[in-house]
Design a protein around this ligand. Structure first.
Ligand SMILES: [Zn+2]
Length: 78
């Protein structure tokens, strides 16, 4: 495999997720790169709850439906 092939960033996957904390729905697009991925995080767009993922770069998060719990509280990640 050439060097160029391993450095290309591609869309590894995209999926929809319901946040377990606030109940909002968002989509996640995970960038991949062959043999060049590491631990990344993405955050819920409403409550900021953090989710780990293996990716080449920070995943892109798009809010689809706002939070369902009616609160404004942010998730405490630590
Ligand atoms: Zn959330």
């Amino acid at each position: 495999m050439s060097k160029d092939e391993t450095s290309v960033v591609y869309l590894k996957g995209s999926f929809r997720q319901t946040c377990g904390y606030c109940g909002c729905i968002f989509s996640v697009e995970v960038p991949g790169r062959i043999r060049n991925e590491g631990p990344e995080n993405y955050c819920c767009p409403e409550c900021n709850k953090r989710f780990p993922v293996k990716a080449a770069d920070k995943p892109r998060v798009t809010l689809i439906h706002g939070r369902a719990d009616g609160l404004k509280k942010k998730y405490s990640n630590d």
